[in-house]
Design a protein. Structure first.
Length: 590
């Protein structure tokens, strides 16, 4: 089989595999020579880069793949301008390696509220604790983050300050990007590359020509309208949950994906949410509004289709203070009120802040100025393209709750549940996640921990291996509230067990007994066998809630390694770190 990292889509790899299997050795030898000669001719037609090309290192740390994607785009652009770029993952280098670098671009995302991406954690800890001298290094930082978190772009700020403390020269200001990062990144890259000076001494960069890769037909800025083919409620009657299985058609889209990838959904805000914020601002919605990068439209349409009207953050409150001059809000945003601000932000929406601090209402222009663009939502894909050609499946829990006397709901989860009917079209795009992949060999054992909707990518993993008739052992830990109501995809797992596509299944239903039982307890109960699988080379995967579950599972895994391996806590942590470096411990948490 062609390896997963070969530059072909999954469908094309399968086609090529089948075709090559029918060739005789002589035919393969002839074809190899023919293709090699063709590549040589093509290479000769491309101008060789100038000898004086400026070396440029692009260092990235990525959780969901955005920083990695921008690093690759930055390298391609730098190469077109005559630079000699090298892209490095923080997981693959040590801080001391920066002593050999003269020109550096850092692209780093902040995960959650001020944490480094999983794959960059070891590098970040070492980088922040070591003392380096980097007087020859010139750098610039592009930070990715989410303004709804208090520590917005904290990783970028930390790297920027730390490099300066090591004596490195900041040649272009750091840029802090919110969820809509494409344009800020482009402006930053243009400025940073210009600041490094001429890339090629012998000739201007404009004379160097490189073939640009074909752009994806559908992406975040140009989504595909996917028809909703099926929607099934996965919970039984009597449950406290609302979890849906969605099936969307990708036929004719040209979109491809692999198990571990996610699907981007571009939602709209619900009518009652729009009505609520209009009422708070004392507006009716028929007013005209000018939306940046979009143009003029009615205010109600802009609030429904284009703007984030829920996520309350410090930047939103700061803008609101500028508009209202509220003394009460000024006190809340004061330096000595950080804890009060944190309490205020928890569980409230923008509509609450408008009611509390803009009692006289807002003009349409003022309201629009408060709001950032409505971001898409990413959901782990719950299907294999081999098992469901031209389809993509999702497993999504509808978010609904009450706080401060108001009914609240998730934007995208209830958009799909309440506003989209079977046969309707949903704007989507696929998002690669190279940090959450099946092993290259189908014989490698896998251990999957996915409570609740975290089971979604593991449905794709098991389906994919079954379709390829791979023989590697697989073990799933699944948990939810109640066996009777909340055993997501129960009959499918039973069928996979019967067919041997799934080797082992351990479940934990927290509310079926007086004491709550979770997946981490099942891991500890199976500690001896779990450690034996790891020693056999098994890959370990976790998907789901990052706040508590992922931490508790990691602690359970450390305990398993510590006790079953006869290791100290420090040695167990080193063992886990080695698993991460070898990409045998991968997480998709949110």
């Amino acid at each position: 089989m062609l390896p997963e990292h070969s530059p072909f889509s999954p469908d094309l790899r399968r086609a090529l595999d089948g075709l090559m299997a029918s060739f005789t050795p002589a035919q393969r030898f002839w074809l190899a020579g023919y293709l090699s000669a063709g590549d040589s001719g093509a290479a000769a037609a491309v101008p060789a880069p100038a000898a004086a090309a400026t070396k440029l290192t692009i260092l990235y740390g990525s959780e969901s793949g955005n920083s990695e994607k921008l690093a690759d785009l930055s390298a391609k652009d730098a190469k077109k301008r005559g630079f000699s770029p090298t892209v490095k993952n923080m997981a693959d280098i040590q801080p001391a390696d920066l002593a050999k670098v003269e020109n550096l671009l850092v692209i780093i995302s902040t995960w959650g509220d001020g944490e480094p991406p999983e794959t960059a954690t070891a590098f970040y800890k070492a980088f922040m604790s070591e003392t380096l001298s980097l007087p020859k290094l010139r750098f610039s930082v592009c930070a990715l983050g989410d303004t709804s978190y208090e520590k917005f772009c904290q990783m970028g700020k930390d790297f920027d300050a730390r490099l300066e403390s090591f004596g490195a020269q900041r040649i272009h200001p750091r840029v802090d990007c919110d969820l809509q990062y494409e344009k800020p990144h482009r402006a930053w890259l243009d400025g940073a590359l210009a600041a490094f000076g001429p890339a090629v001494a012998a000739a201007p960069a404009a004379t160097v020509s490189f073939a640009a890769p074909a752009a994806a037909e559908h992406d975040k800025s140009n989504p595909f309208g996917a028809e909703l083919k099926e929607r099934v409620l996965l919970n039984g009657k009597g449950t406290a949950k609302e979890t849906w299985h969605y099936e969307l058609s990708l036929e004719g889209s040209g979109l491809t994906y692999e198990p571990g990838d996610s699907l981007g959904i571009i939602p709209v805000n619900a009518p009652d949410m729009v009505e609520g914020i209009l009422k708070a601002a004392k507006l009716v919605g028929t007013e005209k509004a000018s939306v940046p990068d979009i143009g003029n439209k009615t205010l109600a349409d802009a609030l429904r289709e284009d703007l984030d009207i829920t996520a309350l953050s410090r930047p939103v409150l700061t803008k609101l203070l500028e508009l209202t001059k509220s003394k009460k809000l000024a006190t809340l945003l004061g330096e000595g009120a950080k804890d009060k601000l944190k309490d205020y932000l928890h569980g409230r929406w923008i509509v609450d802040a408008i009611e509390d601090f803009a009692s006289k209402g807002l003009s349409p222009e003022a309201l629009v100025s408060l709001l950032r663009p409505l971001p898409p939502r990413l959901y782990s894909i719950a299907s294999s393209p081999l098992a469901h050609p031209d389809e993509v499946h999702l497993t999504i829990a509808s978010v609904r709750y009450e706080s401060f006397g108001k009914q609240r709901k998730g934007v995208a989860s209830t958009y799909l549940a309440d506003l989209v009917k079977r046969g309707d079209v949903v704007p989507v795009y696929t998002n690669q996640n190279k940090n959450f992949r099946l092993p290259a060999s189908g014989d490698t054992p896998i251990i999957m921990v996915g409570p609740g909707t975290g089971v979604a990518p593991f449905r794709a993993f098991v389906e994919h291996r079954a379709a390829l008739e791979q023989q590697g052992k697989s073990w799933l830990f699944f948990g939810d509230q109640r066996y009777t109501y909340d055993f997501l995809y129960q009959t499918e797992w039973q069928d996979h067990l019967a067919s041997k596509a799934l080797t082992k299944l351990d479940v934990a239903f927290s509310r079926d007994q007086p004491e709550k039982i979770y997946v981490q307890q099942r891991m500890l109960e199976r500690a001896k066998e779990l450690y034996a699988w790891l020693e056999e080379g098994a890959h370990f995967y976790v998907c789901g809630d990052a706040t508590r579950m992922a931490h508790d599972v990691n602690e359970a895994l450390l305990t398993v390694v510590e006790k079953q391996g006869g290791k100290s806590r420090e040695a167990a942590e080193a063992y886990i770190e080695d698993l991460k470096k070898a990409k045998r411990y991968q997480r998709d948490v949110y």
